[in-house]
Design a protein around this ligand. Structure first.
Ligand code: FE
Ligand code: CA
Length: 511
């Protein structure tokens, strides 16, 4: 069958042995999950799509190898082509397509499109970084529970089209479906009301099949697709992409899943993550001890961005769970306990040492600055899944951050917008300010503990602002002498077309 879009099946033994001849016409529209790009550098970027005619049922492509055509242009109308080539994919990677474009110009827009059979994907826009640019813009996003609300925040990010979207995790949640409609529950002496606006597509996910279908569910959202289509992304996972509060090779609930069961689950989740993200091909995603390369160094004009991975190499949590610790607990201050692993810490410290940038960014998952939930030092109420559970490594990083120009920590995880000063002693108002942390609120996930955070603000003099009541994202606009953080919040999380407004704006001037 001849088609105008250069439809090619490479002959594969598996395909012919299966004896299921497939013509282009028998495959439904395959670009159901949209397009994406990521890992922007001055001269390169990664393009992504996935052939998935039946996205919620494993993808729906026949087994075997296929080639997909892609085209890259310098104009949005796709008239001036700079690349027109084929890329192979197969069922072993769920017919995901990853293309690394090299030899690009810094700080330039590029448009790209994929073709398969008679089908064309949407046109995506991407952009290389530029270390010499005078300014840069980022959207910071995290925590997008499918069931808890719609993605109006991604709609606005797509319309804004920043240089880059930085996503610090909880891209999916692993749980099963809740009942649609309103839910009330008691928490911390309050009655909380939430709503399930749409449902997860299976029970708690544990297998490769499950994870693939869950990513496909999330990626079916038009506003999330639009945000991927509009800008390149930097992305590093947190916990819910695998299982709540996992650390290294330890699950949250070792009494429910053995180390081996969790290792198998982790591998499946990492594989599905790679299949759905514009990230480099994993070098060794084979054995049970495999990892994904998620941390990396990026440079956008005045900002050097260190994207961190604080799950794969982390020591297990100690001294209790969540924010009521079991104290006294000596293990907490053990200097060997780590969020990043020794290798990533060395890499980070080395890059901070060499940095010439005005702003030095740690883009990572959980709150970095200390945050105590009780005024009484004997009560020891901290969130031990966050950096408060890893104080020795935080001290080492703060030592280095004190020596570099304008450190900025970007974080997510807690579903609560927060801004804080970074200090050696955060309780001492006179202590000098080393840098700033800006935590985004969630895209859609609920924050049952928002009152607890708000009530504790007075015990945390370094804390500048918090709001866990609203959903949204953080807008960062950076020039050579100012870092502007704008907390954009969704007026109605249950309305997919909800407008957004500015809840807070903070300028951090380089002096
Ligand atoms: Fe979350
Ligand atoms: Ca999390």
């Amino acid at each position: 069958m001849i088609t105008r879009r250069n439809f090619i099946y490479t002959s594969s033994a598996a395909f012919f042995m299966a004896g299921v001849p497939v013509a282009a016409g028998s495959i439904d529209y395959p670009f159901t999950l949209g397009v994406a790009s990521g890992c922007p550098q001055d001269h390169s970027v990664i393009l992504w799509t996935r052939l998935a005619p039946k996205p919620l049922a494993g993808g729906g492509m026949p087994a075997g190898n296929v080639s997909v055509r892609y085209r890259v242009c310098t104009d949005s109308e796709m008239k001036t082509t700079i690349k027109d080539e084929l890329v192979d994919t197969n069922d072993r990677k769920a017919h995901a397509v990853h293309v690394t474009l090299n030899d690009l110009k810094p700080g330039h827009d590029y448009w790209y499109q994929f073709y398969f059979g008679d089908y064309e994907s949407p046109v995506g826009r991407t952009r290389t970084s530029d270390r010499n640019a005078a300014s840069a813009s980022f959207a910071l996003a995290s925590c997008q529970s499918w069931e808890s609300g719609y993605y109006a925040a991604f709609g606005e990010i797509a319309r804004w089209a920043p240089d880059c979207v930085i996503h610090v995790g909880d891209y999916i949640y692993e749980g099963g479906p809740s009942e649609l409609g309103e839910h009330k529950r008691e928490y911390n002496g309050q009655t909380l009301t939430s709503r399930t606006v749409r449902q997860n597509n299976s029970a708690e996910i544990t297998t490769l099949w499950d994870y693939r279908n869950r990513y496909a569910l999330y990626r079916s959202d038009a506003q999330l697709q639009a945000a991927h289509q509009a800008s390149p992304w930097l992305i590093s996972m947190d916990d819910h992409e695998i299982d709540n509060n996992w650390a290294g090779y330890t699950p949250q609930d070792p009494h429910k899943q053995t180390q081996m069961e969790f290792a198998v689950r982790r591998l499946a989740a990492l594989q599905a993550y790679y299949e759905h993200m514009p990230i480099p091909e994993p070098p060794r995603l084979k054995g049970l001890k495999s990892n994904l390369q998620m941390y990396g160094l990026y440079r956008f004009g005045p900002a050097q961005v260190h994207l961190l991975d604080t799950r794969q190499f982390r020591s297990d949590q100690v001294c209790g769970r969540d924010h009521t610790g079991e104290f006294p607990c000596e293990a907490l201050t053990d200097s060997k306990r780590t969020m990043t692993g020794a290798e990533q810490e060395k890499w980070l410290l080395k890059n901070l040492d060499k940095s010439q940038a005005q702003f030095n960014v740690l883009a990572q998952q959980t709150w970095f600055a200390p945050y105590r939930y009780s005024e009484d030092p004997k009560e020891q109420q901290w969130n031990l899944d966050q950096w408060d559970g890893y104080p020795a490594q935080r001290e080492r990083l703060l030592d280095k951050m004190a020596q570099v120009s304008n450190p900025v920590v970007l974080s997510g995880d807690w579903h609560c917008a927060h801004a804080a000063q970074l200090k050696r002693n955060h309780l001492d108002k006179k202590n000098s300010v080393i840098g700033h942390e800006f935590a985004t609120t969630s895209i859609s996930s609920n924050c049952p503990w928002s009152q607890k955070v708000a009530q504790a603000a007075e015990f945390n003099p370094h804390s500048l602002y918090n709001n866990g009541e609203k959903r949204g994202y953080l807008r960062c606009e950076v020039s050579r002498n100012n870092w502007r953080s704008t907390y954009r919040t969704v007026n109605d999380p249950y309305d997919p077309q909800s407008p957004l407004s500015t809840d807070q704006q903070i300028d951090t001037v380089d002096v």
